[in-house]
Design a protein around this ligand. Structure first.
Ligand code: SF4
Length: 243
């Protein structure tokens, strides 16, 4: 008897080829399994490209209003203190529309993990210039390159560096060494939450080939060679030394 093939094995939405989101999603899944939190983890995703994770993860996942992942995650943590809680978003949500939420959760040292995918543009809405766009970088709304005399480049990690939080780190979703390091950073952030240390934020520099108008390999090189000049990678806060 001929078996009927499913209508589609793919979800209706997916990350573009070469996008870093899929890599981060996988690393988060691996970390959750290794820490044994896969059945209690609650993830909150933003409405932007990261929202596709609703189709990929089998965790309990909530989609928050744009830029409101962090307060939603904080609310979940209050009602389910035994759950690990992750707020997953892009740089637009974390450092633009949701900047106040990011800062105030850090000020309160809320015991949640935040993962920010920084690709230097507003991805889902068409690649507009973002606070994280590099000086001179061409985007849909800065076709001649971002004018640094008018627009600064914001490092959310720099803003949080001197705050009393549990963990702060930045990695890059580039190459095997970058992936291994990124996974370690994600794991450390969750370990801090499990210890009850408070707010952890991991920023992951990520290629967005579609909006950079670059093939995936060149988009990856842009992250590694250009973005890291403005957004250096490393561990900046590690309260109590989980690493
Ligand atoms: S638009 Fe950019 S960030 Fe969004 S899925 Fe495509 S490559 Fe990834």
């Amino acid at each position: 008897m001929k078996l009927k093939a499913p209508e589609s094995v793919f979800s209706s939405a997916s990350f573009c080829p070469g996008c870093g989101h899929g890599l981060a999603s996988r690393l988060i899944g691996e970390v959750a399994e290794e820490l044994g939190i896969q059945h209690s983890l609650v993830t909150v995703v933003d409405v932007a490209c990261c929202s596709f994770n609703i189709d990929y993860w089998k965790f309990d996942t909530i989609m928050a209003a744009h830029g409101r992942d962090i307060p939603t995650a904080v609310g979940v943590k209050h009602v389910r203190p035994g759950s690990s809680v992750l707020a997953y978003m892009g740089d637009g949500a974390a450092y633009s529309i949701g900047m106040a939420e990011t800062i105030h959760a850090a000020l309160r040292n809320d015991n949640i993990c935040v993962i920010v995918i920084n690709n230097s543009v507003f991805g889902m809405t068409g690649g507009q210039m973002a606070p994280t766009t590099l000086p001179g970088e061409k985007t849909a709304t800065s076709p001649k390159g971002k004018d640094p005399t008018r627009y600064g480049t914001l490092s959310g990690v720099e803003l949080l560096k001197h705050m009393d939080i549990a963990y702060l780190a930045r990695g890059e979703l580039v190459g095997s060494a970058g992936m291994i390091k990124a996974k370690k950073l994600i794991k450390s952030a969750f370990q801090h939450q499990l210890k009850g240390d408070g707010f952890s934020l991991v920023e992951l520099l990520s290629p967005c080939p579609t909006n950079l108008n670059l093939p995936p390999v060149k988009a990856r090189d842009f992250v590694h060679n250009e973005m890291t000049k403005y957004f250096p990678t490393g561990v900046f806060i590690d309260k109590g030394g989980v690493e």
